[in-house]
Design a protein around this ligand. Structure first.
Ligand code: AMP
Length: 424
């Protein structure tokens, strides 16, 4: 399939060509025709699959089909959980609608509202927003959603994780009933399905794009066993050996700040993005990282999810995630499009349960690198019987201990799979 065969407006086709897109991605191939025909859509897909274009292109086409109204009204609304994702979605909409005369705006909290109100006053066709600021400006009378024809809820699972359910419910009471709705989520647990059914019309269509493929095929994965206390030193070694941009994942905001302090102290320029950072600090860090003037970005999952950083070479799991799917999201930050990437995980003894869950999910064992400067410390930590107990999701980490027991089965296992990119 080509974009040309979808019956799209020539201005959209030109915009896509200018982006260098030659053919639709699988989610675009499936969704665009359904959406053009007016169906509601439930999409199980994460960022990195091309899902933004999958929903943006048909909406732009419909807006163009609707002609130029006398007064510009908000006809399409995309709601995203984070400011970063909102900016990215709006940026995509601007690119795909370049030359069409449609106007896009993005609004989110944490910054002054006046520039956003000014923009809204000039008239907007396509609005991208985070829930809090959207409702705030709507309450103040700056946003009229009564002409909405298209509604997209993006990253719904994250939206619920972040506690936006009440805002979403409020929003659903405000927007017109007669509309085309699109609902995207990386995962579809029961509460998300229930929410989707409140938003979509009963005859909605579904698309499901598997997440494992891109990671397994294009991202080299490695794991190092490291004692918890050795993680900072190990990270430093790794980061110094990596040529290119490195996205480091921590589990907590505090942990991310600590990593940045450690790297900074040793002369490695790094910045953190997480919910406690100001909007300006986050945007500045992300901009510098994307431009290449900042090599190391340390992020929590929530702050980094959905962020598209083209050309990202390395993902480092400084701490393993306690939800296996999150690992797939993390390493999906690299290896985008045709690029290849590498993911390195530092696993302390108390995180071994997480590693097991991840390997089960991806149906593969991640090659273990045994030859590194901190291997001895790890063996010691692992040998504590308390630390050898498999840890289940959500369980508290046991305190690292000492001892002199034999190596576990997993430790003794030789590395398998692709050759690692570095050796210690
Ligand atoms: P998304 O899942 O929307 O975040 O998209 C992931 C990346 O794929 C973005 O950098 C898009 O610019 C890019 N992309 C989207 N559609 C295509 C396409 N048809 N061909 C090539 N790249 C694409």
């Amino acid at each position: 399939m080509t974009f040309d065969s979808l019956g799209l407006d020539s201005r959209i086709l030109i915009a896509l060509k200018n982006q260098g897109y030659t053919k639709p991605t699988p989610i675009q191939e499936q969704s665009i025709p359904m959406l053009l025909s007016g169906s509601d859509l439930l999409g199980t897909a994460q960022t990195g699959t091309g899902k933004t274009a999958a929903f943006t292109i048909p909406i732009i086409q419909h807006l163009l089909d609707g002609g130029t109204p006398k007064r510009r009204r908000i006809r399409a609304l995309v709601v995203t959980p984070t400011r970063e994702l909102a900016l990215q979605v709006a940026e995509n909409a601007k690119r795909y609608s370049a030359g069409t005369g449609l106007r896009t705006a993005v609004i989110f909290g944490g910054v002054g509202q006046n520039p956003q109100i000014d923009q809204l006053r000039k008239g907007i066709d396509y609005l991208v927003a985070t829930p809090g600021r959207l409702l705030d400006l709507q309450n103040q009378g700056h946003i009229d959603l009564s002409h909405l024809t298209h509604f997209v809820l993006d990253e719904a699972d994250q939206m619920l994780d972040m506690g936006f359910i009440h805002d979403i419910r409020k929003l659903l009471r405000i927007i017109p009933q007669k509309r085309q709705s699109l609902f995207f989520s990386a995962t579809m647990p029961k509460d998300i399905m229930v929410l989707s059914e409140q938003i979509l019309r009963p005859n909605y269509k579904q698309v499901r794009i598997a997440v494992e493929k891109p990671t397994a095929e294009r991202v080299t994965q490695e794991v190092y066993y490291v004692a918890k206390n050795d993680k900072p030193a190990m990270l430093l070694e790794l980061v110094k050996s990596m040529e290119g941009s490195v996205l480091v994942f921590g589990r907590t905001k505090h942990g991310c700040d600590k990593v940045v302090r450690i790297l900074d102290k040793k002369g490695v320029k790094a910045a953190a993005i997480h919910g406690n950072k100001s909007q300006n600090a986050r945007q500045k860090a992300l901009k510098e990282f994307k431009e290449g003037s900042l090599n190391v970005l340390v992020a929590t999952d929530i702050a980094a999810r959905g962020i598209d950083i083209s050309g990202l070479e390395y993902v480092v799991n400084y701490e393993l995630p306690n939800i296996a799917e999150t690992y797939v999201h993390r390493i999906g930050r690299t290896g985008r499009a045709e690029a290849s990437g590498a993911s390195v995980s530092l696993c302390s003894a108390d995180e071994r349960g997480y590693l097991k869950d991840i390997e089960k999910l991806i149906s593969a064992s991640i090659p273990l690198i045994e030859d590194h400067p901190f291997a001895e410390g790890a063996a010691e930590e692992w040998s504590d019987p308390e630390n050898r107990k498999p840890k289940k999701q959500g369980q508290r980490a046991p305190r690292p201990g000492r001892g002199g027991q034999p190596k576990s089965k997993r430790e003794a296992r030789p590395s398998r799979g692709k050759k690692p990119s570095r050796r210690y």
